[in-house]
Structures are given as C-alpha cells and as structure tokens.
Write a protein that binds this ligand. Structure first.
Ligand SMILES: [Zn+2]
Ligand SMILES: [Zn+2]
Length: 201
C-alpha cells in the first residue's frame, strides 16, 4: 500500500538492514515488482539476514518451486561495499538487539553522502568514523524514554552531534511523538522524517 501511495512502479534492488519482522515482513509484496522484470530481483543482505529470509520465505528461494507471479530473488550477500552504477553502498555495522544489524552509507565519488541507520542502540567507533561529516544522516529515535535496543531521542541527538552530520532526519519513531511539537524542539539541522519523505542529494 505504501508503494502504491508513493507511485513506486519499479525497483532496482532491495537492501536489508536486519531480519526483524518490521523490516522483512513485506517480502511477499515484492511479487508485484517481479511480474514485469525479466531478471531476478537483487536482494542484498548480510549472511545471517539472508539465512533468515530463506527460512521464512523458502518457497521463493527454491528454483524448482518457481511459479510465475512469485518473488524471484537474486540473493546477494553483503560482505562489504557494493555499487549501483556510480552509487557506492557501504554497510555500516551497528549494535541493535541480538540480531546482526547494519545501516548503509550511500555516496557518489566526490559527491554528497547519505547515511541510513534505522535500528540502533550503539554506533561502534568504526561506523562513527565512516559517517563523519555526512551531508545527511537518517537515524533511529524510537521515543523519549530509554529503550534496550533503540536510540531514545536524546541518544539520537547526541549521535547526530558526534557524527558532525550537516543534516539529520529522525526515523523509526513511535506514535508517542507529535511531529509538530517534536520538530519545534529539535536543533535546526535535525528534522522529523515522515512516510514517503524524499531526499535529493
Ligand atoms: Zn530492529
Ligand atoms: Zn525496526
């Protein structure tokens, strides 16, 4: 329904951050994006995340079970940075619950950089180094109260400061936030993201 709302007719690939249900349960909806595609759809995930996808959606990964209309995955394990044309995508390991989790850094050579870290409780030094001074940082800010596996609002704001990101957008927000109230309380370079937000670099 979100893809329909946003007029998303085609996708080049899917990249997964981790195998929590709120990030992988839409898998079967990828069918519609495979109908008109002649090649399988590239799915990028860490080894652990891919193993969970295979376990959950085994029918899609079994070539002998292929029926037209199914998701046709081209499973690609993420071992390090990968490219789409001139766009370089670098995985950003983070700490979030017990499941292996990554964010992504998107960059063009000598161009702007955007980091996306949707689920995080702790950003390791190596990852913090990779996102230093990014033009845009999209970051987890679950709620005001502390949480065992997600950044609270205060932790997210602190991480934005540490990263020296020029601009940041808070995401993975609970219903406990009122967007306008929150936006008014944030530093000038931090904003509240919304479903369907498009950011141009
Ligand atoms: Zn998660
Ligand atoms: Zn999540």
């Amino acid at each position: 329904m979100q893809a329909l709302r946003e007029g998303l007719r085609e996708i080049d690939a899917v990249i997964y951050t981790h195998a929590h249900l709120d990030h992988v349960a839409g898998f079967d909806e990828l069918r519609a994006f495979c109908w008109k595609k002649h090649a399988p759809l590239p799915l990028h995930a860490t080894e652990g995340c891919m193993a969970t996808l295979v376990k959950m959606y085994g029918w899609a990964f079994a070539p002998e079970a292929f029926a037209s209309g199914y998701v046709r995955p081209d499973a690609r394990i993420i071992y390090g940075p990968f490219r789409y044309g001139d766009l370089v995508v670098t995985p950003l390991p983070v700490v979030h619950a017990s499941v292996e989790t990554i964010g992504f850094l998107f960059e063009y050579r000598d161009g702007p950089k955007l980091a996306y870290i949707s689920d995080v409780k702790q950003i390791p030094d190596d990852t913090m180094h990779l996102i230093q001074g990014v033009d845009v940082l999209i970051i987890d800010a679950l709620r005001r109260a502390e949480h065992s596996t997600h950044f609270s609002l205060a932790e997210a704001v602190e991480a934005v400061g540490k990263s020296n990101a020029k601009e940041a957008w808070l995401t993975h927000l609970t219903h406990e936030f009122d967007t306008e109230t929150l936006e008014a309380q944030l530093p000038e370079n931090i904003h509240v993201a919304w479903d369907g937000l498009r950011i141009s670099l």
